[in-house]
Design a protein around this ligand. Sequence first.
Ligand code: IPM
Ligand code: MG
Length: 359
Amino acid sequence: MPQKIAVLAGDGIGPEIVAEAIKVLSFINTDMNLGLVFENALIGGAAYDAFGTPLPQTTLNLCKNADAVLLGAVGGPKWEPLAHAVRPERGLLGIRSELNLFSNLRPAILYPQLVDASTLKPEVVSGLDIMIVRELTGGIYFGQPRGVHVAENGERVGINTKIYSESEIRRIAHSAFKIAQKRHKKLCSVDKANVLEVTELWRSVMTEVGKDYPDVQLSHMYVDNAAMQLVRAPKQFDVIVTSNMFGDILSDIAAMLTGSIGMLPSASLDANAKGMYEPIHGSAPDIAGQGIANPLATILSVAMMLRYTFNQPEAAERIERAVNTALDSKVRTADIYSEGMIKVSTSGMGDAVLNALKG
Ligand code: IPM
Ligand code: MG
């Protein structure tokens, strides 16, 4: 039976970058006879405009029935005035939660060709290879109570709740330890246990689970220190595991270490390695429609899909090597451009990767 990929381009630069990723994936699919089929659906603001909801039932059903989901990006200023319940972001959060995609892998790798694109000194970032494991279906993003209400004194009060059960912490801990075992066997759990009780529990469950993985060296760090260490000496990290919101923030920092947020892919996995794959950058409305966005994070997300969901490491490596070759040929989108390089459009970068694949 063919394996199905739900393709959700979304908003802003989403359609432009997804088109390039599909170009690359279609080629590999045919060339290696992978038997993948694609089906498109609307999500986010685009779905709201068409159906009045950021996550139509048809889209959700398609994602549930598919083997993997490829997502571009959601959101934009056009939909900011909307009520939270129908904001584009809710479409994305809805899929994460409905599909139980609790384990979010965000690898920050610095390609040596981009050392000068980073705002940090070359010696600080060269050779960087970090994996951030972000808990994705719990914590403050989903905790109840939430909302804004008017208190008795007539003042408005906003509330969100950071809540984690032991089992939620335990399963993300196991994901992270297993990943660390396949890497350099160092896991840093990031929390705010000096202030937040919920993360005190996080720390103690991490320590308990760690007993099952004696070969992995577990350390703990407060999130404020982790943010600082990421820009001070990022190479001290191998795998970082953290809660939903801390992971959101730290992965943007990690992305910039690699030269551009346009370089970081992600995989969001359930317990059976079914997953959604998306670049970690957003919809970048300021540059949407101009053909200048960097498609590499999305192309690299496709490589992660082939590796984690379809168990095709060779196909994944081919794409990753092709990205390397494209960068070797000096083509750069605007976000990673530096002097002496060749500036290309979104599709120019997609073509460079495709040509490298055809080699
Ligand atoms: C991310 C994004 C999302 C998040 C937004 C678009 C809801 O920032 O994937 O990092 O906060 O998780
Ligand atoms: Mg984010």
